[in-house]
Design a protein around this ligand. Structure first.
Ligand SMILES: Nc1ncnc2c1ncn2[C@@H]1O[C@H](COP(=O)(O)OP(=O)(O)OP(=O)(O)O)[C@@H](O)[C@H]1O
Ligand SMILES: [Mg+2]
Length: 503
């Protein structure tokens, strides 16, 4: 048994002990905010304080999240957006590079816009902007995505042709456009340049040809996602609740970046023109997850949103596996950084160098599991206290995942129309998993069954389900037990067992 011993010690010696003089966590008053004006994220590791995030005591509301694949970045983003919508009724626009938020947004009752899969965006749409300003924005996007900066003459030709297309469509280039009037498209601009080339009067035809070639990349048949009449009102995105813009259907990263830049430009204009709200809280959260080029180029409007967002209650939430992909002007100016698990030494050194945390925090980060995070905050106070701390785990909430077994394939007509025969059974994901575990199905097999059901949008016919179970090692006696448990009659069970599995 260990005895506790009392020791005589001078207070200056106690003072030298780092844990007494400077605990590596901000004071409770900085972490625990008014619960109806803040977002609960998790419990701090050291003093177990519930950390509720608010930007009111921070330099700004912007957030960056870094961590390796699977560390929990998207999980954090979802948790944050959901709670922000409860607390402040915040809108969110997710620029979804890989389409990974789609099913979550659908389940949460938000809107999914799948570009190139039925939805199009005309990058010449004005959303209330003057054609001159929109023209400048298109040129900026071309500067970020193509080599146009190296060819001033081609840049000039492009700019003039875009402006001319607006004039030809009946717009005045320096006036706010009348509502409801259709904007021209890049196809009109290309046609103008082609006419110019065919006239044969222009001194440098090669410059014209290259100008046309560059624009045509964004207007080619089958890849003309940005050169058709828009199927959505981009101007309304910032105030439409939870919106996911799924870019995964676009043919390559250049198109994804074009879409993302255009959306950011439009959101920035809305942010400026609509001004601030009366109430506290965030009006709109713009999420950039793994957005190649868009977060790294200083000319991107992600930077403008970071500079000006606070006064308009607009927040940028940028997530990346690679912190060096986030532009300095964004990274060093966000009010909060969440560092999840980081593996590469060079990323860790970069993070430590720019965020200035201790070796203690560094060693903790290198041992993180999923969802564990170090948080670095830029407080708006002259008081000196640590601005970095460890969160035991991001405590999230995901919406329920409902899986449906559809019995219609084994019911006869009279049963289908009957009001007493059960036609389907629903499980929550964890419940289904637990049931499969009970019947001795291995983890990897369970994951395969769940993945198959996910592919079928979580609804499968009972025969397919039972066939799947048999293929993944379930015994017939267990399957029968499971079917009884969900309330099926012996007659139906016989039909199901004899109808499945023979493949
Ligand atoms: N805090 C958490 N609590 C519980 N589960 C979590 C937590 N964070 C992440 N997970 C789970 O871990 C898995 C990976 O998380 P997530 O998809 O958020 O990773 P990611 O960092 O976005 O990865 P990628 O870079 O590949 O997109 C998911 O199944 C998620 O539900
Ligand atoms: Mg992710």
């Amino acid at each position: 048994m260990t005895m506790i011993k009392f020791q005589h010690i001078m207070s200056n010696e106690i003072g030298k002990r780092a844990f007494m003089s400077r605990p590596p966590e901000p004071p409770v008053s900085a972490l625990l905010n008014d619960p109806i004006q803040s977002i609960f994220i998790g419990i701090t590791k050291l003093f177990r304080v519930p950390f509720t995030w608010s930007y009111l005591n921070l330099t700004n509301p912007h957030i960056s999240v870094v961590g390796i694949s699977g560390s929990g970045k998207s999980y954090f983003v979802k948790t944050f957006l959901l709670r922000a919508s409860y607390v402040w009724n915040s809108n969110a626009v997710i620029i979804d590079w890989a389409g990974e938020y789609k099913s979550w947004v659908n389940q949460s009752g938000g809107t999914v816009i799948s570009l190139a899969k039925g939805d199009y965006m005309n990058i010449m749409d004005l959303s209330g902007m003057r054609p001159l300003d929109r023209t400048k924005q298109i040129i900026t996007s071309l500067e970020i995505l193509t080599d146009i900066t190296e060819y001033p003459e081609q840049r000039r030709l492009t700019e003039e042709a875009i402006e001319q297309s607006y004039l030809n469509a009946g717009f005045s280039t320096s006036d706010i456009p009348p509502p409801g009037k259709d904007a021209p498209t890049l196809k009109d601009t290309i046609a103008l340049l082609q006419e110019h080339l065919q006239e044969g009067t222009y001194q440098y035809p090669a410059e014209l040809e290259n100008t046309i070639y560059r624009l045509r990349q964004f207007a080619r048949e089958g890849e003309d996602y940005f050169a058709r009449k828009s199927t959505l009102d981009i101007g309304k995105l910032a105030s439409s609740g939870l919106v996911d813009i799924d870019l995964s259907g676009l043919a390559d990263d250049k198109f994804r970046a074009m879409a993302a830049l255009f959306i950011l430009q439009t959101l920035k204009e809305k942010m400026r023109s609509e001004g601030a709200m009366e109430s506290k809280g965030l009006k709109t959260i713009v999420v950039l997850d793994e957005a190649w080029k868009v977060a790294s180029d200083g000319k991107s409007d992600a930077v403008t949103i970071v500079r000006e967002g606070r006064k308009y209650q607009f927040a940028l939430l940028v997530a990346s596996q690679n912190p060096t992909d986030i532009n300095e002007a964004i990274f060093s100016n966000v009010g909060t950084t969440f560092i999840l698990r980081v593996k590469f030494e060079k990323f860790m050194d970069y993070l430590q160098g720019s965020l200035n945390f201790s070796n203690y925090i560094k060693s903790e980060i290198s041992e993180f599991g999923v969802g564990q995070a170090a948080v670095v905050m830029a407080f708006q106070t002259t008081l000196k206290f640590p601005e970095t701390f460890i969160l035991e785990r991001v405590k999230g909430e995901e919406p329920l995942h409902i899986y449906t077994l559809d019995f219609s394939d084994v019911l006869v007509q009279s049963e289908i129309t009957s009001t007493v025969v059960q036609r389907e059974y629903q499980f929550e994901r964890e419940e289904l998993k637990n049931l499969l575990i009970e019947y001795n199905i291995k983890d990897s097999e369970i994951n395969a069954i769940i993945a198959y059901m996910d592919e079928k949008e979580r609804t499968v016919k009972i025969l397919d389900f039972v066939t799947m179970m048999r293929q993944h090692g379930a015994e017939v006696s267990h399957i029968i037990e499971l079917l009884r448990r969900i309330g099926l009659s012996d007659v139906l069970i016989t039909r199901i067992v004899s109808g499945s599995g023979e493949q």
